[in-house]
Write a protein that binds this ligand. Structure first.
Ligand SMILES: NC(=O)c1ccc[n+]([C@@H]2O[C@H](COP(=O)([O-])OP(=O)(O)OC[C@H]3O[C@@H](n4cnc5c(N)ncnc54)[C@H](OP(=O)(O)O)[C@@H]3O)[C@@H](O)[C@H]2O)c1
Length: 327
């Protein structure tokens, strides 16, 4: 009998998650039935949404999330033993696919499999849809992206470069900025060391901002939006500055004046509502990666039991590129 380990949510997060919010429990798995397969997690993803959506969690439920897993037993010819899947099985070591979970067979196993949680996984397609569908950057335009040193942001900047744009990345450590310069960002700003972000942005983007990929929200977003050129576009992807909020919500300067006089277009999007387009987007991203147009970096934490530490790490800004847990 296979015994799975899984994380359950036992105490509501208040501010930054802590060890007593979750618990690891064991689950005896039954034999698989016709049409099912058994998979063992190899890499798991930690992502900001795991904190952001916690107000919809119920106590006792398993934590949600994506993983790359190896098929170790199968009664489904579409999913042969030895192949890998990217699957939303949650924070658990072993899972039985019963036809209800969101699962993608990995299309190309010649690249590191963990990349299906990053550059050619959910964060990659998020960057792809937000940049290409919403920002629609034109050659010569300036794109600003926040959380630039992370999974989504680093890719947004590189997609902007593919389109011939001037790319400005904003992130919280000099190590992240050094890496961003190496992968082609034109200008970088460390928001933690910059007393006046508006002034720093004026220097980094002297011709103004045409496209803003917002991963942060709050006052940082208002400051950037206030410097946008007429007919600029804003892709609202995330609001990590508010995810750990306790008490008073994050306040930000009103942006309506800039939206009106600049005729700006702001659009929120959620990558899960575009699932039908993931396979094509992943194919295109794989092509960019294989031809050297996209690069990636990972911050890997060893050990399934360190899932929560990995999540705390991204909320603290410890990760460069995609945060991954290796079982
Ligand atoms: N709409 C969608 O479908 C979708 C899908 C995926 C992700 N997202 C959103 O996209 C954003 C980035 O996600 P990701 O997976 O790529 O994460 P990530 O950027 O790899 O990691 C999160 C980063 O956020 C930064 N951060 C933390 N607190 C911050 C604060 N108060 N102000 C500014 N920056 C802060 C940290 O970097 P620093 O060192 O720079 O502070 C940290 O490394 C998140 O907001 C996430 O929720 C949305």
């Amino acid at each position: 009998m296979v015994v799975a380990k899984k994380f359950i949510y036992v105490k509501p997060f208040v501010g930054m998650p802590t060890a007593d919010n979750v618990q690891i429990v064991e689950e005896n798995l039954p034999e698989i039935k016709e049409g099912e397969f058994l998979a063992e997690a190899v890499y798991l993803s930690v992502d900001p949404y795991m904190r952001a959506y916690s107000n919809s969690y119920t106590l006792g439920q398993q934590l949600e999330g994506g993983q790359v897993a190896k098929i170790i037993e199968s009664k489904n010819p579409q999913y042969p033993v030895g192949k890998h899947v990217m699957a939303y099985f949650g924070w658990r070591t072993h899972s039985i696919y019963d036809g209800t979970q969101r699962v993608f067979l990995i299309p190309d196993e010649t690249i590191p499999l963990s990349y299906y949680l990053g550059i050619v996984g959910m964060p990659g397609v998020t960057a792809y849809f937000g940049t290409f569908d919403i920002l629609k950057p034109q050659s010569g335009e300036t794109i600003v992206v926040t959380c630039a040193g992370g999974a989504v942001g680093s890719q947004v900047g590189q997609l902007g470069k593919i389109k011939g744009c001037n790319v400005v990345g904003i992130a919280g450590t000099d190590e992240k900025l050094d890496w961003l310069k190496k992968i082609g960002f034109d200008q970088v700003i460390n928001y933690k060391k910059t007393p006046n972000l508006g002034e720093a942005l004026k220097k980094a983007a002297p011709n103004g901002v045409d496209c803003y990929f917002d991963n942060v929200g709050g006052e940082m977003a208002s400051t950037i939006i206030a410097q946008m050129n007429p007919d600029g576009r804003i892709a609202v992807c995330g609001a990590i500055s508010a995810y750990n909020d306790i008490g008073e919500p994050v306040k930000a300067t009103p942006i309506q004046r800039y939206m009106i006089f600049g005729r700006l277009k702001m659009e929120g999007f959620h990558v899960s509502s575009l699932l039908h387009r993931w396979p094509d987007a992943i194919k295109e991203l794989l092509g960019y990666y294989k031809t050297g147009k996209l690069q990636t970096k990972e911050t890997v934490t060893e050990g399934f039991e360190n899932m929560l530490n990995g999540l705390i790490g991204i909320l603290n800004g410890d990760n460069i590129g995609k945060a991954i847990i290796k079982v």
